[in-house]
Design a binder for this molecule. Structure first.
Ligand code: NAP
Length: 487
């Protein structure tokens, strides 16, 4: 792979601990595979518990210094990090597509979005105001100050390796925290390239440490350490619950960005073309492997057939293939297990009466590809109604009334993203306020941005990323109560 990069030094095969590139203490490694071809891309260290402890110690030592670095200087380094990402965008896209599979155009979008968090949080930290609080009694003056929470453990998933890490690292480092990062084992090279760029941007040793390897071993060190004061995790609900339990004995602050089961509601009065375009963007981006993917299409009966026709036309036009190839719009799934799981959901729906309009089986491109699939006749009894699909499968269900749509939409343990398409302002407010979701996309599906809070309710997690709330999640409010003033 290096020979295809303009800057081969961005491809790092070692962990980044205390500003040094290192092998695992015992030399063990972990292979990284290109999901489109099955080819071996290289290997990264399988870090040990001792390596993790060294990273935590480095982050602890760096915190004592970094928290005191003036805001202007912290901000300048963060801005430079973001600029370097943009300057190296072609190489970063290539690394992302090679290890994750998404088409290059999508890789570019993800990386630019990741870069956007750096300048935004570099500015927002300048507005991390405390309060001067009205005195509750004579002789005192209370005031509050925001302080960085400390060493933060960061665990990221494979589906957006180049934007999930910046979404956490930018606010954390702006706030004055230091990080111990464990990227997903399928996609470690994106995180290591970002670490290399952080070094070039002048982020000091120990402020960000990246450990690759076994999640159990590294996760245990992060969750059990009393030095780590917060865990920021993006991944599955199952692992998120386990990590929350593991963090309980040391009472860490938690940010959990977990799974979703997004309803995509189309009312009769919706603008059809916009709803179809939104459906394509929301459902099929990253081959359907996004936490905010539309998972259940709920379509009012009057527009149902036209919506299905419009979506089928788009689904038939997808080009499945290697994300490096021009014109490819859908890449592979992350591994063969993902293909088996998605196919299991489709076969379950078909066995319970769904109608297949497109796709419906693994793709002839190879063992990690799945055909873009369109199903109608979705019912509550099908697994696809309850479970996160994480694949290029759209399942549509008709409904009659607004109340029915809301009831179907909320009939899930998840509460991350939801979407509704309508032009009736009263209905938009009623339904938006009734949806039990952290985010509601109204006639629009692009939810993530540096400026806006991203996160879920119920089993989709807690905390928000992006926006001033995302910065607050890396700070504690400290009270200074001054007494003896009026005596
Ligand atoms: P995952 O299996 O939960 O893994 C996520 C991360 O957790 C990986 O780095 C993984 O490491 C690590 N991990 C797994 N078991 C662990 C353990 N016992 N201790 C410590 N770390 C552990 O999820 P995924 O399959 O990578 O990602 C897909 C899921 O993420 C979906 O459910 C999706 O909805 C969710 N997601 C949510 C958001 C959001 O913002 N809400 C965004 C993106 C994705 P290894 O790879 O080494 O196992």
């Amino acid at each position: 792979m290096p020979k295809h990069l303009k800057d081969p030094d961005l491809l790092r095969h070692q962990a980044y601990i205390n500003g040094q590139w290192q092998d695992a203490e015992n030399g063990a490694t972990l292979p990284v595979i290109n999901p489109a071809t099955g080819e071996d891309l290289g290997s990264v260290p399988r870090c040990t518990a001792n390596d993790a402890r060294a990273a935590i110690a480095a982050a602890e030592a760096a915190f004592a210094v970094w928290r005191k670095v003036p805001l202007q200087e912290r901000g300048a380094k963060l801005r430079r990090w973001g600029e370097l990402i943009e300057e190296h965008i072609d190489d970063l896209c290539r690394i992302l597509t090679l290890e994750q599979g998404k088409p290059l155009a999508e890789a570019r979008g993800e990386i630019l979005q990741g870069a956007s968090y750096f300048p935004w949080f570099a500015e927002e930290i300048r507005r991390a105001y405390g309060d001067v609080v009205p005195a509750p009694r004579a002789g005192v003056r209370p005031l509050t100050q925001k302080q960085p929470i400390g060493v933060v453990g960061v665990i990221t998933p494979w589906n957006f390796p180049s934007s999930m890490l910046p979404r956490k690292a930018a606010p954390a480092i702006a706030a004055g925290c230091t990080l111990v990062v464990k990227p997903a084992s399928a996609t470690p090279y994106c995180a290591l390239a970002l670490a290399e760029l952080s070094r070039r941007a002048g982020i000091p040793a120990g402020v960000i440490n990246v450990l690759t390897g076994d999640s159990g071993t590294i996760g245990r060190e992060i969750t059990q350490s009393p030095v780590v004061r917060k865990l920021s995790f993006t991944g599955s609900t199952e692992v998120g619950k386990q990590l929350a339990a593991d963090c309980a004995p040391t009472l860490k602050r938690l940010s959990l960005e977990l799974g979703g089961n997004a309803p995509f509601i189309v009312f009769d009065d919706a603008q059809l073309d916009a709803a179809v375009a939104g459906a394509v963007g929301s459902k099929f981006r990253n081959a359907g492997q996004t936490c905010i993917c539309a998972n259940r299409f709920l379509v009012q009966r009057g527009i149902h057939d036209a919506f299905v026709r419009g979506l089928k036309e788009k689904v038939d036009a997808f080009r499945v293939g290697n994300g490096l190839d021009a014109g490819v719009t859908i890449g592979p799934l992350i591994n063969e297990e993902a293909v088996r799981r998605v196919d299991g959901l489709v076969q379950d729906a078909l066995s319970k009466g769904a109608t297949l309009l497109a796709g419906g089986k693994p793709h002839s491109m190879g063992p990690r590809f799945y055909e873009p699939t369109l199903l109608t006749g979705l019912t509550r009894e099908m697994r696809i109604f309850r479970e996160e699909i994480f694949g290029p499968v759209a399942a549509i269900m008709p409904f009659d009334t607004e109340e029915e749509a809301v009831s179907l939409a909320n009939d899930t343990c998840f509460g991350l993203a939801s979407y509704l398409f309508s032009r009736d302002l009263g209905r938009i407010w009623r339904v938006s306020e009734a949806l039990q979701y952290g985010m509601v996309g109204i006639n629009d599906v692009t939810l993530a941005a540096a400026e806006t809070p991203f996160g879920g309710v119920k089993f989709s997690g807690m905390g928000r990323e992006g926006s001033r709330e995302g910065l607050n999640d890396y700070m504690e409010t400290h009270l200074f109560l001054m007494g003896g003033i009026d005596n």
